[in-house]
Write a protein that binds this ligand. Structure first.
Ligand SMILES: Cc1cc2nc3c(=O)[nH]c(=O)nc-3n(C[C@H](O)[C@H](O)[C@H](O)COP(=O)(O)OP(=O)(O)OC[C@H]3O[C@@H](n4cnc5c(N)ncnc54)[C@H](O)[C@@H]3O)c2cc1C
Length: 340
């Protein structure tokens, strides 16, 4: 017996399913069983004021709220499953290579400050005191204590463990009979007709001696944006390209676009082994904010999280569980009908 079917077993579908199950519903998740979801590539940065949010007040507020829910979400998952999802609270160092890069970065820092997030500006010498592996050519930086990271692959493993046999490997070709939550990332477009497009992203994984970096490093390097995310096991994730394309080819140019600025910022990375290059597609909407809400009496949608689906998973799961169980609607700014 099922009270609620969820289509899509990516980070959003599984988070929604877990919260609904915890609140007493018998859930079934239909997932095609592959690792083709965006979560598989995601760096797992929990960055509540990414540059994509300029002018998007409702989305910024949602991101800040979700970031605040991550510690509880991770701790509960660990208690239930024994799996540590790698929530790392060292914070982020944002750094700029040239004067122009610094001017660009300062616009974003000012936006963050307006929204009450911590920004501790640092001269180049103090940036390097915190991360000696960074190049001495930096013009400046800031410590962002609120921007953290998790390991999305571990989050998926934990959610799958928590849900156990509730996850069924099946491709849905149409929306099943309700009540149903469609949380199929890009697949949501074919199932519902909602405007979700693929935005191609490449990330690289490198492996070397653990301990080269302690913080996530986000860099502006000659006008290019790159992030370098150290995992505790010595893996380093470098990301991410962003292209309005649906193909999955790893091009030499895209690899260069990431490796050149990353090794300019952290020269020792050139000695690391390149272990993985992964392309996936962000499920993105016309305004790059998610679609959260009802599209008919029996069908709810939770999709289109673009660059921030990992960050937004806890708040999305709670909002959708509230909608399904208590009939309280998510904020109107995320209504799936707003593009009609
Ligand atoms: C390169 C890259 C880097 C990123 N970095 C970050 C980051 O640092 N921080 C962050 O917050 N976000 C990041 N993201 C974004 C994040 O990965 C996505 O927003 C998030 O994964 C969306 O979650 P989702 O569950 O909606 O979709 P997905 O993760 O894509 O999962 C959808 C699932 O549904 C399944 N599915 C689809 N159609 C069907 C169907 N018809 N029947 C059954 N199953 C189906 C798929 O197989 C998949 O398992 C990144 C994305 C990319 C591509």
């Amino acid at each position: 017996m099922t009270d609620l079917t969820i289509v899509g077993g990516g980070i959003i579908g599984l988070s929604v399913a877990w919260r609904c199950q915890q609140r007493g519903l018998r859930v079934t998740v239909l997932d095609n069983g592959s690792d083709d979801g965006a979560w598989y590539a995601a760096a797992g940065m929990l960055a509540p004021a990414g540059e994509s949010s300029f002018g998007q007040e409702a989305l910024t507020a949602l991101m800040i709220e979700s970031a605040a829910r991550w510690p509880g979400f991770a701790a509960e998952l660990r208690r239930e499953t024994g799996i540590d999802v790698g929530l790392d609270t060292h914070g982020t160092l944002a750094v700029a290579l040239t004067g122009d890069d610094l001017a660009e970065a300062q616009r974003l820092w000012a936006y963050r400050e307006q929204h009450g997030m911590g920004v501790h500006r640092l001269p180049p010498s103090e940036v390097r005191d915190r991360e000696p592996a960074l190049t001495p050519r930096l013009r400046g930086g800031a410590y962002l204590p609120d921007d953290q990271q998790v390991d999305p692959r571990r989050v998926l493993a934990a959610l799958r463990t928590a849900l156990g046999p509730a996850v069924v490997h099946r491709q849905a070709t149409e929306v099943p009979p309700g009540p149903v939550v469609v949380a199929a990332g890009l697949g949501t477009a074919a199932l519902t007709g909602l405007p979700i497009r693929p935005v191609k992203g490449l990330v690289l994984r490198l492996r070397g001696e653990p301990g080269l970096l302690r913080h996530v490093v986000v860099g502006q390097v000659d006008g290019r944006h790159v992030y370098v995310v150290p995992r505790t096991d010595g893996d380093i994730v470098i990301g991410a390209t962003q292209e309005e394309r649906a193909d999955a080819t790893v091009t030499a140019g895209a690899v260069l676009e990431l490796l050149r600025p990353a090794t300019e910022l952290v020269p020792d990375l050139a000695e690391f082994e390149l272990t993985e290059s992964v392309v996936r597609h962000r499920p993105s909407t016309p305004d790059n904010a998610p679609l959260l809400g009802r599209i008919s009496d029996d069908v709810v949608v939770a999709a289109g999280h673009h660059r921030n689906g990992v960050l937004l998973a806890p708040v999305t799961a709670d909002l959708i569980a509230d909608l399904v169980i208590e009939h309280s609607a998510p904020p109107a700014a995320f209504s799936p009908g707003r593009f009609a």
